[in-house]
Design a protein around this ligand. Structure first.
Ligand SMILES: Nc1ncnc2c1ncn2[C@@H]1O[C@H](COP(=O)(O)OP(=O)(O)OP(=O)(O)O)[C@@H](O)[C@H]1O
Ligand SMILES: [Mg+2]
Length: 272
């Protein structure tokens, strides 16, 4: 299997994107896959989570080098960090990424910069590349979607959860003009509880996205913030941790059936 690039995205802030990236990555590693996470948010939350300390090279340096056509595999290897506790590789980010709108705005092919970065050979050793998107609809999110095979949208099942989802779909459509094969791998309900609000959002999502809503739902729990504070993925002995393990298995099996369909398509194409 060639590497799968997955964007975890939603322009709403605080819906569980970063938490999902960390725990999906940790569970993929447990399943035996080689995983790279890209922190694509100037807040640098994922980098903090994975133990990055300031002052080293970050994703911004990679994007700039790519734009000036000077990026080498060696440069990239120099930026990739290895998280000791979870066995995850990652490319960190810091506040400098917030200037991307400026340094990318007028460049030709500005939507394709990350895609070109990921075409470098040194990424071939990974089974999964997970992109932790910032909460926005700007040029960085477009770059993430253009560079990805598919997108997972975490949705917090709380008030106003669905505001802005239409705009998010528009940005997916825009990305598809440059990346026609971009898939919606699914919608992950996060921070679920027993309230009517969770029920209402769940029903609305099922109406809109049908079987694209993952069967696994992530509960609302302080365990999430504890794990953020401890800079560690959730233990699968915890309720939330086992939900993320289950979500990981569900995603893997979706990707496997997608792969099988692609192969079918190729074989049918050959017959013609
Ligand atoms: N299932 C959950 N239950 C309770 N709190 C959670 C849950 N998942 C995440 N959180 C907490 O909610 C906050 C936001 O989560 P997270 O950083 O993962 O969201 P995000 O979508 O990446 O945010 P941003 O848009 O700012 O990047 C964090 O403090 C996190 O610890
Ligand atoms: Mg985040």
């Amino acid at each position: 299997m060639s590497k799968k690039v997955i964007a975890i995205a939603n322009q709403k802030g605080g819906v569980g994107k970063t938490t999902t990236v960390v725990n999906l990555a940790a569970n993929l590693v447990k399943e035996g896959y080689k995983v790279l996470c890209i922190d694509f948010d100037g807040q640098g939350n994922l980098s903090d989570y994975l133990g990055y300390s300031d002052g080293q090279y970050v994703i911004t340096d990679i994007l700039k080098a790519e734009m000036s056509k000077q990026l080498t595999d060696e440069d990239i290897e120099g930026v990739i960090k290895h998280s000791k506790s979870d066995g995850i590789d990652y490319i960190p980010s810091d506040i400098s990424l917030s200037t991307a709108d400026m340094f990318m705005a007028t460049a030709i092919g500005r939507e394709n910069v990350l895609k070109k970065v990921l075409a470098h050979k040194c990424f071939d050793k990974y089974d999964y590349v997970l992109i932790d998107c910032l909460p926005s609809l700007g040029i960085l999110v477009i770059n993430a979607l253009v560079a990805s095979d598919g997108v997972v949208i975490p949705v917090q099942t709380q008030k106003f959860a669905l505001n802005g989802i239409v705009q998010f779909e528009e940005i997916i459509e825009l990305a598809r003009e440059l990346n026609p094969d971009l898939q919606l791998y699914g919608v992950l309900e996060t921070m679920c509880d027993n309230t009517n609000m969770t029920k209402a959002v769940d029903e609305a999502l099922l109406q809109m996205y049908n079987s694209k809503v993952f069967n696994t739902r992530i509960s609302k729990s302080v365990m999430a913030s504890n794990s953020t504070a401890e800079q560690k993925a959730l233990s699968d002995r915890s309720k939330l941790g086992s939900q993320y393990a289950e979500f990981t298995r569900e995603l893997i099996s979706r990707l496997q059936s997608e792969n099988a369909m692609e192969l079918d398509g190729i074989e049918q194409g050959d017959d013609e």
